[in-house]
Ligand binder design. Structure first.
Ligand code: NAD
Length: 285
């Protein structure tokens, strides 16, 4: 976007019934934008939107969308635009992060991560890009993860999907920027939502690596205003990862091991992960 004002801008956010997406909806609403929350949990989408509308002066609507399904995503766009006007910003935020060893992961869960984290992002980006290029303006934000620049055990498929989102989004920015369309990739660290529940960050790393959804939301708003290509949140974790990447892999892994920073996912408490894993397996909605 060429302007830093978000007043009256129409923002669509996927996976925004809870977590980072909902905090981002709140931040854009506070900046004067009109917000459409989309989520596969249609009831929660509507109730989250109604609650946000009640505590802000912004217009907020909640719709059901399954980002893996092109028709559902197209219908979401069309319905939102009919209700609140042409979209200015799309935030592809919906994502899932099951933890555990790949050898134990079901093929269905592997496919589901690829469908949501990869196809969801390409589906949304294509729908937005065609509109935004025609109008010569707009902004696409794709939520990746620091997993896009690392490779931790216990997170193989998710890591692959987020590496895709980073590479895809960087290339997309170079394609769309000449048409006046902004594209940003966001790399959150360890954020306090249901998705990361039960993962284990060593105490020494908390201040460096852990943040609240509101911190990511503020980072996304700032990145859109500034038309940044990339935002790592917290920035301190990005610096730590960059510094560590200067070491040869064997030395890096030895340092991580000594600092108990290589078991954040493999050491996750299965009981604390159980409710999340049930939800993302599709049995809870
Ligand atoms: N929480 C973290 O530590 C963290 C770190 C890095 C990146 N991220 C990324 O941030 C994004 C948001 O994560 P979160 O922590 O808020 O998770 P969350 O589980 O709190 O929220 C994700 C939302 O996405 C929705 N969703 C799932 N499948 C969907 C589908 N097919 N269509 C539409 N909506 C769907 C869920 O119903 C849920 O409301 C994800 O892409 C995640 O990978 C999170």
């Amino acid at each position: 976007m060429t302007t830093s004002s978000l007043q009256g801008r129409v923002v669509l956010i996927t996976g925004a019934a809870r977590g980072i997406g909902l905090a981002t909806a709140e931040a854009f609403a506070a900046a004067g934008a009109t917000v459409t929350i989309g989520d596969i949990d249609g009831d929660l989408s509507k109730s989250s939107a109604a609650a946000l509308a009640a505590r802000s002066s912004a217009k907020v609507i909640g719709l059901r969308v399954d980002v893996t399904d092109r028709e559902s995503f197209a219908a979401f766009f069309a319905e939102a635009e009919a209700l609140v006007g042409a979209a200015d910003i799309l935030i592809n935020n919906a994502g899932i992060m099951p933890t555990g060893y790949f050898v134990d992961e079901s093929p269905e869960l592997t496919d589901r991560q690829i469908d949501i984290n990869v196809r969801g992002v390409t589906n949304g980006s294509h729908l937005a890009a065609t509109r935004f290029v025609n109008r010569g303006k707009g902004h696409i934000v794709n939520i990746a993860s620091v997993a896009a620049i690392t490779a931790e055990p216990g997170l193989a498929t998710y890591t692959g999907t987020k590496h895709f989102v980073l590479g895809f989004t960087d290339a997309l920015r170079r394609e769309l920027h000449p048409h006046g369309v902004g594209v940003t990739v966001v790399l959150p660290g360890f954020i306090n939502t249901e998705l990361s529940e039960g993962t284990v960050v060593p105490r020494w790393a908390h201040a460096l690596a852990c943040r609240e959804p509101e911190d990511v939301a503020a980072g996304i708003v700032a990145a859109v205003r500034a038309d940044s290509s990339r935002a790592t949140i917290p920035a301190s974790l990005g610096i730590l990862i960059k510094t560590m990447s200067l070491l040869p892999a064997r030395a890096r892994h030895a340092v991580q091991h000594a600092l108990h920073f290589d078991t954040t996912m493999t050491g996750a408490d299965p009981e604390q992960r159980a409710a999340y894993h049930r939800r993302i397996s599709g049995t809870d909605h």
